[in-house]
Write a protein that binds this ligand. Sequence first.
Ligand code: URP
Ligand code: ZN
Ligand code: ZN
Length: 462
Amino acid sequence: MHDLAVRGGMAVLGWAVVRCDIGVSGGRIATIAERIEDAAEVVRADGLLVLPGGVDTHCHIEEPFPEGGFQEESWESASRSAFAGGTTSVVAHTPQFKGGGLIEQHRAARGRAGRAMIDYGFHQIVADPSDAAMAEVPALVADGVGSLKAFLTYDALHLDDAGFLRVLQVARQNGLMVHVHCENYAAINLATRTLLAAGCTAPKYHAVSRPPVVEREATARAIALAELVGQPLHIFHVSCADVAEEIARAQARGLPVKGETCPQYFTLTADDMDRPGFEGAKFMCSPAPRTAADHEGIWGMLRRGVLDVVTSDHCGFSYEGDRGKAKNGRDAAFDAIPNGIPGLAARLPLVFSEGVSKGRIDLPAFARLVAENPARIANLYPRKGVIAVGSDADLVLWDPEREVTITNALMQHAIDYTPYEGMAVTGWPVVTIRRGEVVMRDGVVRAAPGSGQWLPRPSRPL
Ligand code: URP
Ligand code: ZN
Ligand code: ZN
């Protein structure tokens, strides 16, 4: 007897799209068969696709600020938003503050995530690779942290070459993946000072201060240093094909380098930051959104497999409020506006609509980009990211024909806006199942705070 059966849907099983039933026992997929009769609960999926639950390996949730306080997206609100959009697992970030350690922050982050409904893991940010901090890495590994995150820009976080090399070395010694934000810190600072001195302060100058070359240079440098150390590398939030070419060149040379992109890089442009007044701040993230032509470049790189993961880079900054975009006033210069935009719930609908509905990718590719490949890079596969016997029963029942106009209410996050407001999408999640439990049906999320599970991610010694 199964606990639950999903009946009559078209399931995406790796490369095959098959009409079948899926039986769940003890939170895992127990049976995939033409017909499953014995089930305590049945979820009808006629006319729907059955997809693996989304895996979003780049999120910022309830992160503390160096000056105190937390981002306003809590683990509970982020879980609601994730389920509303068909995502069932996330990997978020634990910060390190310069001069501080790792373990204390990690324990605190795990404590906050105790309220999660979604399953979760953490990347450990390294902002200060001191001997003392690096000595704490084995303890993180023992607790299931499978990756380090390095930033090559941002005042509070950036690493110089020596610092980045140290992170690469420690990661190699401990079998960890390194994820990296690639932009040239000095170049951005120079451009920012020049723009501000000329009175160019509006949100649109954010994009001018960090053009693609700034991202391309840092990407090439990060790859070269990882090659030197012999450390696999994952380049976060690639904004355009020009940057992805650096990854393609590394891959052609056989280097273990992979790349991620996010929906903002095929739906938004730098012009969005030129909306009237302070409105442009709603679209401000780093790297900056580029041009409409760059959207096609990103799709080309996704089809080639140079980029093979699409995450949200979900960032909990509202427009209003003392922690939001306008926290330094509506006339704040672009460099005083928090970077980052929310996108947890919008991710799957945007990739599906722009990708599958518009004929740019097929269904199996969609499932790989939003579920299987993120699970693989995070070392969560095959527990997560795939519909297979023995995997967690994380499933999304998806209506491929449903036409929806995105609104902030549909996102169900704690943030007071979505940068995708008013965008029309074709394809929408109607039921989300997490480890065999229906946690979202027709937009109504029902799950107990604290029901999310910590996802230990084993290290992979080289
Ligand atoms: O603008 C962004 N992306 N903010 C979030 C932090 C980061 O860079 O990933
Ligand atoms: Zn980043
Ligand atoms: Zn990020």
